[in-house]
Design a protein around this ligand. Structure first.
Ligand code: G6P
Length: 609
């Protein structure tokens, strides 16, 4: 998705903007651009492709004295990737420059209106109407703020704008409606970004703008008003991420670094929450709604992508541990369906970014129907975190890899804790075995990571295939779905996740010597059933690669290749079976020659519908 960066202050703006655009690269984009105020006018540069191309094009300008600027990475929606369509966009006079995230739904209508008023458009974008609309209102009213407010009244859709005006060299304008925008508070300077990770290393004090807010930012001051022109008092939050977490370190890719963070991620999600001696889970973020949670009759989990697959594991956990009927919805489906709502249903939104548009809309719908809403969110202060009634933070640090890995591990941890927290057995010794095993998970993940070279060699063997079936049962069914998603995302191999029991109702038709199966075959209550499925595949000459439990001898007679993982209790198996699949996707993707940190067509944070 698109990224926004803005700067005003004592430093030279261009290097800061370029740095910010590089920090936003992971979100996915196809072109980039900047506009800076320098020598009494606004100068613009855009390029198609990576930020480094833009940086090269700007090499003679990098030292320009400029204390105000905006930048953007564009992920094409309206109009193909091109310099003309790249942001910033401006009005007929080249006075006002705008970068935009989101979608302006009524742009066709507004474009027609403005064309009839003699405005000339050069791009295919929806964004270009914004500077023209402000320009149009400035003709009848010379106050920029009033013209901006009048323009906003006409715009429908989701948007975050950063705007500069050549007649106001000391002001950076920011507008937010349904698309995230964060102000970073510096000393003698201020920053603007669509994603707080772009501010890591610059400042820790941030303001999340709320929907319908406009910020007028100078180097020493931030004035926030709402669309009704009333002054608001934004809350300053502390961003606890540090620079090291947002950098690759010695790893070739963020994806690999984040897979290797798995053990630490589990520990930081458990810290202060798992009280093994007391057999107790304590979740501070849920205390304020603890009484209401005692009355839960049903849970509805709302999520997208990898967070959705973690939710599917959560469904098994909540039902087995807490005995609460649970259903999981794709947020994009939930928001449009017409199901009857039962009282005492609690909705849980799961989101790494806390900004996914569909998940946000789904949680808003749940609230409209009077449901209590909880969040499992990684990004502190994000919109979903703020809009849910209560919740639990992942504390996983920034996740930069577009293909989510560490967030998934963290979500599994929080879901396990939450299932115990919501169960009647919280505080009883019956949890003893689960808690002790949970504490061993980081060490067990480590033993898997220590064998990464074995997975690398297997990836070399399997990288030639163009199709893959991923099979699992019970707790490992969602892991089969997640494993297939990871492979698709970074290697562009067609991969299909399937519940092993469903295989014979369709997917088995595809099996041949050219169509391998990745089977998750843990030593658990469904082991025999999995073996039967593998026999069926073998009978059809399908190559089998199994993720199996250490000590399982039988699997080697059925599978062509096996990667062993340590034994654990059934409900914690996903922690150990997903890691080899993350490694597999990573190695296959890189061996096929792809930059796995920048998968084609994908975005890290999907803030439009
Ligand atoms: C995008 C990302 C996925 C992520 C999904 C949900 O599609 O590429 O990695 O799982 O959004 O994101 P969320 O931030 O809500 O967990």
């Amino acid at each position: 998705m698109c990224g926004i960066i803005g700067y005003i202050g004592k430093e030279k703006s261009l290097p800061i903007l370029i740095d910010g655009l590089k920090a936003l690269e992971y979100r996915g984009y196809d072109s980039a651009g900047v506009a800076i105020f320098s020598n009494g006018k606004i100068q613009v540069k855009k390029s198609v492709g990576q930020v480094k191309i833009l940086e090269k094009a700007l090499k003679n300008d990098i030292d320009l004295v400029s204390h105000l600027g905006i930048g953007h990475t564009r992920w094409a929606t309206h109009g193909m990737p091109s310099e003309t369509n790249a942001h910033p966009h401006s009005d007929c006079q080249n006075r006002i420059f705008v970068v935009h995230n989101g979608i302006i739904e009524n742009y066709r209508e507004l474009k027609e209106y403005l064309k009839n008023r003699k405005h000339i458009f050069i791009s295919d974008t929806d964004t270009e109407i914004v500077p023209h609309l402000i320009e149009d209102f400035l003709k009848s009213n010379h106050d920029f703020n009033i013209a901006l407010l009048d323009a906003l009244k006409m715009i429908k859709g989701a948007y975050a704008f950063a705007i500069i005006d050549s007649k106001n060299p000391n002001t950076l304008y920011a507008v937010k409606f349904s698309s995230p925008l964060v102000i970073g508070i510096g000393k003698g300077d201020n920053f603007l970004a669509s994603d707080p990770s772009a501010l890591v290393g610059k400042t820790k004090d941030i303001i999340y703008l709320k929907d319908g807010e406009i910020a007028e930012i100078t180097k020493d001051n931030i004035n926030v008003i709402n669309f009704e022109k009333q002054k608001t008092s934004p809350e300053i939050m502390r961003l606890e991420w540090d620079l090291e977490q947002a950098q690759k370190g010695n790893y070739a890719h963020f994806m690999l670094k984040e897979i290797f963070e798995g053990p630490e991620i589990v520990l930081s999600a458990l810290r202060g929450r798992l009280k093994t001696k007391e057999n107790l889970v304590k979740l501070g973020g849920l205390e304020q709604v603890a009484d209401k949670l005692k009355k839960i009759k049903r849970l509805s989990i709302l999520a997208c992508g990898t967070s959705y697959y973690a939710s599917l594991v959560g469904e098994y956990l909540f039902e087995e541990i807490a005995k609460i009927p649970t259903e999981v919805h794709f947020a994009s489906e939930f928001r449009y369906r017409e199901e009857p709502f039962e009282k005492e249903t609690v909705a849980i939104a799961i989101s790494q970014s806390g900004e996914t548009a569909d998940t946000l809309a789904a949680i808003r719908k749940a609230k409209e129907h009077g449901l209590l809403t909880l969040g499992i969110v990684n990004t502190v202060g994000s919109t979903i975190a703020r809009e849910t009634d209560a919740g639990v933070y992942n504390h996983a640090g920034p996740e930069i890899g577009v293909a989510s890995t560490k967030a998934f591990i963290s979500q599994l941890t929080i879901l396990t804790l939450m299932a115990v927290y919501l169960s009647k057995s919280n505080g009883h010794s019956s949890n003893n075995a689960l808690f002790q095993e949970l504490e061993k998970i980081p060490e067990k993940i480590k033993t898997i990571l220590d064998k990464c070279s074995q997975m690398e060699a297997l990836a070399e063997k399997y990288k030639k295939y163009e199709n893959f079936l991923f099979l699992g049962r019970k707790y490992n069914y969602p892991i089969a779905l997640e494993g297939a998603l990871k492979l698709k995302e970074v290697s562009y191999i067609h991969a299909e996740g399937c519940s092993a029991g469903e295989m014979k109702h369709g997917p088995i038709a595809m099996i041949s010597e050219k169509f391998p199966t990745m089977a998750i075959v843990s030593q658990n209550s469904v082991l025999e059933k999995m073996f039967s499925n593998l026999e069926e595949i073998k009978a059809r000459k399908g190559p089998i690669f199994a993720i199996a439990t250490e000590g399982d001898k039988e699997i080697t007679t059925l599978a062509d290749d096996v990667f062993f993982v340590p034994k654990t209790i059934e409900l914690l198996e996903p922690f150990l079976t997903v890691v080899p699949l993350q490694l597999f996707a990573y190695y296959v993707g890189t061996k096929r020659g792809f930059d796995v940190d920048k998968p084609r067509n994908l975005a890290k944070s999907v803030t439009v519908e």
